[in-house]
Design a protein. Sequence first.
Length: 157
Amino acid sequence: MHAEATPMDARCLLVVGLGCERGTPPAELVDLARSVVDRPQDIAFVATLDVRADEPAMHAVARHFAVPLVTFPADRLEAETPRLANPSAVVFAHAGCHGVAEAAALAKAGADARLVVEKTKSARATVAIAESFQGLAPPSLESDSPSSSIDSIRGGA
């Protein structure tokens, strides 16, 4: 499943949500993200669970798309459970939320966002894409939900 542009949503921005096991090779996650993104120019953020903020693979995807990496605590991602296409009890047992990739994408994209790519898996990672119908301000200007932003563009870890 790919995110496809239509005349009605051509101006909407995308948020790529990511999940991965510890130590996932950066190339695996970048390749997975690239495989589902049809509109790279519309990606505004990469988002994930805060405990994965130090994973090199997360930073590699953010650098690849030249966008900030934004993280959310598990309780904020758990709040997105009713909107998830693929909630998982297994993920909840490991991460404290019923989904990471879908939930992170939706959390950052906003209350009116919709998933345009449901959770897609590789051997050690997941990716999902949400489309935002609202303006996505730079992380330093946001105050609507608890999150943190990590500037991966400049070549962090």
